[in-house]
Design a protein around this ligand. Structure first.
Ligand code: ADP
Ligand code: MG
Length: 280
């Protein structure tokens, strides 16, 4: 986990174009996307389905090489996956089913030689306790609910003490109540551990609740529409006038009414939201 310094951004994404090439055609996933993530940020990539959020996350993870642009982490260019960036996905099947919960969380620590078996066990038990699963250490994944499986995946990622935690719609497949609980738990974990989070969602409400900053992306191919501060919102603000106003402001950025550039009145209404709006 990163030390909180304000000297320079931890992650710098600069003018990123991501393209997929198949034999028949090219698909442009993102165009000219730039953003900085600072240590301790809860940085959200928000946009409609197909706008390139997962592609951006995978390129930060080192799984996709961008067509143009570059990504640096703590000043070094990202060119491959590494244990300094741990991913949590939406799918519940990201845990090998033959390993117990404890073995699942210990595995990356041992495989990456970051820890001895005894250290890995301590570290895994610490984080399983943090996500409320201390009593399930010896359970197999198929005996757990979807929410519990996601908690294991979060514990497994955090136990590695990565520089960044990358999450791709981790709560999207959960029922609404569990999703709310998981958001709350993630925020209290962040309060205790202060990791740097890069979190993908297509839900405006989730972005406002989970994030400290939001990068709003246009539909396919994803371009930056705006970057917003949203650290002032928590689950307690859900439904408050200020929260609703912020949500509707973002809605207009994502789906501009007639013209593409959002009206200045929409921004002034929200003088408590610091917005940088990019015309497209
Ligand atoms: P999001 O996560 O925002 O829904 P993605 O990053 O998954 O968006 O996809 C962005 C675009 O790239 C979409 O048009 C999608 O169809 C395309 N795409 C994603 N993965 C591939 C792939 N492996 N091959 C070809 N096209 C892809
Ligand atoms: Mg996606």
């Amino acid at each position: 986990m990163s030390q909180l310094t304000t000297a320079e951004p931890l992650l710098q994404v600069n003018a990123l174009d991501i393209e997929y090439r198949t034999r028949e055609r090219r698909v442009r996933a993102t165009h000219d996307v730039s953003f900085d993530v600072w240590p301790g940020d809860r940085f959200i990539l928000l946009g409609p389905s197909g706008c390139g959020k997962s592609s951006l996350l995978k390129s930060v993870g080192g799984f996709i090489k961008p067509l143009r642009g570059e990504i640096t982490l703590a000043g070094s260019r990202i060119s491959a996956p590494g244990p300094d960036r741990m991913m949590v996905f939406q799918e519940f099947d990201q845990l090998p089913p033959w390993k117990t919960v404890l073995q699942n969380v210990m595995f990356p620590l041992i495989a990456s030689r970051k820890a001895t078996r005894a250290e890995a066990r301590d570290q895994a038990l610490y984080f399983l306790d943090k996500v409320g699963l201390a009593n399930f250490a010896n359970a197999l994944p198929h005996t757990l609910s979807g929410g519990m499986k996601q908690r294991v995946a979060i514990a497994r990622a955090l136990a590695m003490r990565p520089r960044m935690l990358l999450m791709d719609e981790p709560f999207a497949a959960l029922d609404a109540l569990t999703r709310r609980t998981m958001q709350e738990e993630l925020l209290s974990l962040w309060d205790e551990e202060r990791f740097t989070l890069l979190f993908v969602t297509h839900s405006i409400e989730e972005a406002l609740v989970v994030g400290s900053r939001i990068l709003v992306l246009s539909p396919h191919p994803g371009r930056v529409r705006a970057e917003l501060n949203c650290h002032q919102y928590s689950l307690n603000d859900f439904g408050s006038p200020a929260f609703q106003a912020a949500a509707s402001h973002i809605h207009h950025l994502l789906f501009p009414p007639a013209v593409n550039v959002p009206s200045s009145s929409a921004i002034q209404e929200l003088d408590h939201v610091t917005a940088t709006v990019y015309s497209s």
